[in-house]
Design a protein around this ligand. Structure first.
Ligand code: HEM
Length: 233
């Protein structure tokens, strides 16, 4: 006689987050549906493969990273293809999120004091929608950065096809874009994890709590409550 299998609790929020967004399920709100999360993590994984295969090519100081992939020769082979994969994933992410990332009047302020006030938890803006101005600017900067890295990378991949001066310029663009990207990603990861507890869950489980939404994205919270976000889609 076989024992009856214990019933596993049915996680309605996670099920809803497979294909729905901006909906309330119990005390949670679905923020990123499954496809958004898969796209985002594809960008993140390909980005870090680029970082760890590219840095040992850049300088021997990071030579130890090459061991993660089987040596410098493998890194030299893998890096350009990882770069192409990163660009493709970024392109898909760009198209997928562009509707939510249209810049609003006042977003420019996030380039200055507003960003610092935000980092010090000093902003009390009740008009923040699904993404704040800083997130929208980061989205556009990441798109621009991906194009810069691809174009300069292609020149470096096929050096004999281009004049030496253009190649020098490509090296400069690739290095500067990478450094700016790396700094931005450090802030992005900090804000998405330690600085704002509950945010990382939105990219793993797909959901946030109502309290999180009311605190960080009050206009989005109001829109979701009134069902407006759904009607807009
Ligand atoms: C381990 C690395 C990463 C972590 C932990 C992380 C975390 C997150 C989280 C939690 C969100 C959701 C924020 C929200 O819903 O408000 C998010 C959104 C986003 N991520 Fe990442 N991310 C990582 C890597 C990357 C990389 C490498 C890129 C691009 C190259 C990227 C681009 C974006 C963009 C454009 C958004 C939407 C705008 C924003 O929230 O800033 N992420 N990320």
């Amino acid at each position: 006689m076989s024992a009856a299998r214990p019933q596993r609790p049915f996680d309605t929020a996670v099920v809803a987050a497979r294909d729905r967004e901006n909906v309330i399920v119990g005390n949670e709100i679905v923020r990123h549906r499954l496809v958004s999360r898969v796209i985002h993590w594809s960008v993140a994984v390909t980005f870090f493969v680029c970082v760890f295969t590219g840095m040992p090519i850049w300088t021997p100081v990071f030579g130890w990273m090459a061991h993660l992939f089987g040596g410098l020769t493998v890194c030299r082979l893998l890096h350009p293809w990882a770069g192409v994969a990163f660009f493709l994933a970024s392109g898909i992410m760009f198209v997928h999120w562009i509707g939510d990332m249209r810049l609003e009047p006042g977003d420019r302020e996030w380039l200055g004091p507003k960003a610092f006030a935000y980092m010090r938890y000093e902003t009390e803006d009740t008009d923040i929608g699904k993404y704040n101005g800083g997130q929208r600017l980061f989205f556009w900067a990441a798109g621009l950065g991906a194009i810069g890295l691809l174009l300069s990378g292609l020149l470096m991949w096929f050096p004999r096809a281009f004049p030496p001066l253009l190649l020098e310029f490509a090296y400069l663009i690739h290095d500067v874009t990478f450094i700016l990207f790396a700094v931005a990603i450090v802030f992005h990861i900090y804000l998405g994890t330690a600085a704002e507890p509950g945010t990382f869950g939105s990219m793993v489980r797909g959901t946030v709590t109502r309290e999180w939404a009311r605190l960080h994205h009050p206009r989005w919270y109001r829109d979701v409550i009134s069902g407006e976000e759904d009607r807009r889609r």
